[in-house]
Design a protein around this ligand. Structure first.
Ligand SMILES: [Ca+2]
Ligand SMILES: [Ca+2]
Length: 492
């Protein structure tokens, strides 16, 4: 190639590259921590106050039957950000991002790294991975949080001793002292600037994660009396052992004893409104920015949350309360789209990686699980082929379809629920022969090969799974009546 032809080719290529980049949308990626369906747009609690997320939902495809990859921060985020199911990667338990061996990380490309490698600038703030760390290759810029001590007004809520984690009350600090405010401010700053390259901006909001504390004005918004979710006291009698071992009976017992459930739930709703406020600041900044018509917005929570259902608190289980998550996808390049587009098909967060890759014309590595949901932005009733599987420890899985949930534990224990007649998952139909065909159709979607744990020794402290079957021994010779007798004080 002569120098002149090469120069012409180079100019042409650079011109094409800059044009192609200029056409690519930016991404605002909003991760919320531990937020279940207690939002206005999902209707999981009648007193949820989330005007900002609701307005985003009106302009988005609202996935009303979306489920997490794993019901815990770390494995769900690793699955989503590396695009790999735990049963393919072996990343079942909790790993802080920097704990993962290089031999594993080398096989995968993180979502921010994917964007960086293909012409984007990547900006991150707050909890994106588990453990706010900045690994080489992920971010052009990552906001380091400024830890300011928060003061709790425990007398206006509930606190277990002087625990900084088990606190459910307002703070007395100004808004600016709270990490989520600072993280959103960083996002506002990035959105408000002009950029030479398209950007991938990830903002990780930590509330409503424990402690359930936030500025007092968000408590004042909530009614004093908060409705309890529907709870069946004998719900656990038809749940197999492994499932029962996932229940946080101790928390339920403490909250009952202290008559604190009401204050716990009210604090959770307040923290969701606080998260919503910070989402609103990001949306306002985007609307006022030069990027208002060329940005994809995706909002998701890493898993759901029990608030007393199945006598449990927190996540760490395979039932609807733990797996169902808010998931919104908006493309601001679309104008005059109908409001309230919703997709009711069961869908997993595993699909976010391929979806963003597709919308931003990125080359996605072949290993990545899931499918692109980009087509749903124009056809929300398009079918989704990939099953919504949630993994909790090696060997414990649930698959959610449009009507049924099927659970299978590592030791063969099973549950089956029909959401058309039993939205609370109270009646386990797994042993009913009338449902045998449905059960086998759902169980066929579960993985038949499971990757070994990435790092033996790091296991799930509170989950009995195929890598720690010895934990089940302590239950093996216990009959249900024995267990009930032992647990009776806690089950009152
Ligand atoms: Ca979480
Ligand atoms: Ca039950």
């Amino acid at each position: 190639m002569s120098i002149r032809i090469f120069a012409t080719w180079l100019l042409f290529s650079l011109g094409c590259l800059s044009n192609c980049l200029a056409d690519r949308p930016n991404v605002l990626f909003i991760a919320i921590d531990d937020m279940n369906d207690w939002t206005g747009f999902l209707g999981g609690h009648p007193q949820a106050i989330t005007p900002n997320m609701d307005r985003l939902a009106r302009r988005s495809v609202n996935f009303t039957n979306a489920h997490c990859i794993a019901p815990a921060c770390s494995p769900c985020r690793l699955g989503l950000l590396y695009g790999t199911e735990p049963f393919h990667s072996g990343l079942y338990p909790f790993y802080d991002h920097q704990q993962i061996p290089d031999s594993v990380l080398g096989k995968y490309t993180s979502l921010p790294a994917l964007f960086r490698q293909q012409g984007y600038q990547s900006f991150g703030a707050g909890k994106i991975f588990h453990g706010s760390v900045n690994l080489p290759g992920d971010w052009d810029d990552y906001h380091q949080k400024n830890q300011i001590k928060l003061t709790y007004a425990a007398e206006l809520g509930y606190q277990q001793g002087d625990s900084t984690k088990m606190a459910f009350c307002p703070t007395t600090n100004p808004l600016e002292d709270h990490p989520d405010f600072q993280v959103a401010s960083y996002g506002v700053d990035v959105l408000s600037r002009d950029h030479d390259q398209p950007f991938f901006l990830a903002v990780g909001i930590v509330k409503p994660h424990l402690a359930f504390v936030c500025p007092e004005q968000f408590f004042e918004m909530q009614a004093e009396q908060v409705e309890a979710p529907a709870i069946e006291p004998k719900d656990l009698t038809d749940v197999p052992w492994v499932g029962r071992s996932m229940v946080k009976l101790g928390d339920d017992h403490k909250f009952r004893k202290a008559e604190a459930w009401q204050r716990v739930r009210r604090s959770y709703l307040a923290c969701i409104s606080w998260a919503d406020y910070n989402v609103g600041r990001l949306l306002d900044a985007l609307d006022a920015s030069p990027h208002a018509r060329n940005t994809i917005v995706v909002l998701w929570s890493d898993h759901g949350y029990h608030q007393g259902e199945k006598r449990s608190f927190r996540k760490f289980s395979l039932w609807e309360e733990s797996t169902r998550v808010p998931f919104l996808l908006m493309d601001t390049r679309q104008q005059n789209v109908p409001e309230k587009r919703s997709c009711d098909e069961a869908v997993s967060l595993i699909n976010i990686y391929r979806t963003l890759g597709d919308l931003c014309s990125l080359k996605v590595p072949q290993y990545v699980d899931g499918q692109s949901l980009a087509g749903l932005l124009t056809q929300p009733d398009k079918s989704i082929d990939t099953p919504a599987i949630t993994t909790w420890g090696r060997g414990n899985y649930t698959v959610r379809g449009d009507r049924y949930r099927y659970i299978r534990y590592f030791d063969g224990g099973e549950e089956l629920y029909d959401h058309s007649t039993d939205p609370n998952e109270w009646k386990n139909l797994a042993d009913d022969s009338a449902y045998a065909a449905i059960k086998s159709q759902l169980s066929n979607q579960l993985p038949d090969k499971e990757a070994p744990l990435v790092k033996p020794g790091i296991a799930l402290w509170n989950v009995i799974d195929a890598d720690q079957p010895e934990k089940l021994k302590k239950f093996k010779n216990t009959t249900w009546p024995d267990w009930l007798k032992k647990m009776k004080p806690k089950l009152q």
